[in-house]
Design a protein around this ligand. Structure first.
Ligand SMILES: [Zn+2]
Length: 395
């Protein structure tokens, strides 16, 4: 089990874009796209919500000029940026088919001017966590690339949209394929179908996964981490010198790896970072975020001043400048959960008139009337919404 949600990626849309893979026993792969747009925050926000409206979401939206990253859906489920090849659902080919839309144009290869940073590294680490090999099986992405059907069906690695059978788009253009792999840093991907030895020798996996709303893996903390540690010790799977404690360290990863191997996992499936199945077998149940004392640490924070600025700049994007989409989306999701905002507007990240109207309803529900229920968030009403729907308020 690899990374499903990249820690640090902004959540885009409703988080539910696809379903299970059709050919999970086929090797894991990645498909690179370009949005055929400019880059920068305004483009990120506009294209980000456009892809949701168009129901053409990739997994990842990436800005090569700012290293900003967003994620629409879990990497182990399908995305929606490819066309089918006849009856073959290309979006659902492979163990994973991770699709990335880069804010760039095919005619101007983004690797000529990009500035990959920590978020790009995190993306590539997540890709490698699924065992995607550092190869480009269909070769160059230059104009005139071929779309080899058998290669696509049988080989894992990195592809461009230009390589996918049954599709007619030519993105991402003639990018430097080695630069993509090089910018990932680190020791390369796990050997495909390999043995339990890792390509980078004794290195310990240091990524996180979110299972049922709780984080596991290096750096995660909370009572649920302690519970895993205690269960591992009880199973005789201990690499602990001390503890186990509330913070997930390499010792937890090594101990969990023993558990995975005991269950018969190998290779990248036994890297010491929990998957849902092995965790459930260890604990007998999957703890949920609501049942854990660690929940406050995982709550997102909404900045009240950002929100007010966004609400007064209706309709957001047309005014230029920042729209504070990340803050707005959290509140929109909460309003939707309250039944006050329809799904069509619930993740657009724009605090427009519809969202203002929905927020005014929330204010009236809180007992405000008249101009106190004008739809522009105030501290008390926002904190009430956050307390109910799981976010913190920075006032
Ligand atoms: Zn494309």
């Amino acid at each position: 089990m690899g990374t499903t949600w990249i820690a640090g990626a902004e959540r885009l849309g409703g988080g539910d874009i696809g379903g299970s893979m059709d050919t999970p026993s086929a090797p894991p792969r990645v498909v690179w796209h370009t949005t055929e747009s400019g880059a920068g925050d305004a483009a990120f926000d506009a294209v980000g919500s456009y892809l949701t409206r168009a129901a053409s979401e990739p997994h990842i939206l990436y800005d090569p000029t700012t290293d900003r990253i967003g994620q629409y859906g879990p990497l182990n489920e399908s995305a929606r940026a490819l066309r089918n090849d006849g009856s073959t659902r290309t979006n659902r080919t492979g163990r994973v088919c991770i699709q990335i839309e880069v804010l760039a144009r095919a005619g101007k290869p983004f690797t000529d001017y990009w500035k990959p940073g920590p978020n790009f590294k995190a993306l590539m680490a997540a890709i490698r966590s699924w065992g995607v090999p550092d190869t480009w099986p269909a070769g160059s992405c230059a104009p005139g690339a071929s779309r080899p059907r058998t290669t696509w069906a049988t080989k894992g690695g990195h592809y461009g949209h230009c390589h996918i059978p049954g599709n007619d788009h030519w993105d991402p253009g003639n990018i430097d394929r080695n630069a993509i792999l090089k910018a990932a840093g680190g020791g390369g991907s796990a050997p495909q179908g390999g043995t339990s030895g890792s390509a980078s020798g004794s290195s310990v996996a240091r990524y996180q996964v979110t299972i049922n709303g709780l984080k596991y893996g290096y750096g995660a903390s909370g009572s649920h981490v302690t519970a895993v540690g205690k269960a591992l010790v009880a199973q005789g799977c201990s690499a602990y010198q001390e503890g186990p404690g509330p913070n997930w360290t390499d010792a937890d990863t090594k101990s969990y790896q023993k558990w995975q191997k005991k269950l018969g996992y190998s290779g990248s499936d036994a890297d010491g970072v929990p998957g849902e199945a092995s965790l459930k077998r260890l604990l007998g149940t999957l703890p949920g975020a609501s049942a854990s004392a660690s929940k406050p640490a995982a709550k997102p924070t909404v900045d009240l001043s950002n929100l007010i600025a966004a609400a007064r700049r209706d309709p957001g994007l047309k005014q230029g400048g920042t729209t504070h989409a990340a803050d707005v989306r959290i509140v929109e999701a909460a309003l939707k959960a309250e039944g006050l905002l329809s799904a069509a507007y619930a993740s657009d990240g724009s605090f427009g008139s519809v969202t203002v109207t929905a927020y005014a309803k929330w204010q009236r529900r809180c007992g405000y009337t008249g101009s106190a229920a004008d739809g522009i968030p105030g501290k008390a009403s926002l904190e009430a919404l956050g307390a109910k729907r799981g976010f913190k308020v920075k006032a």
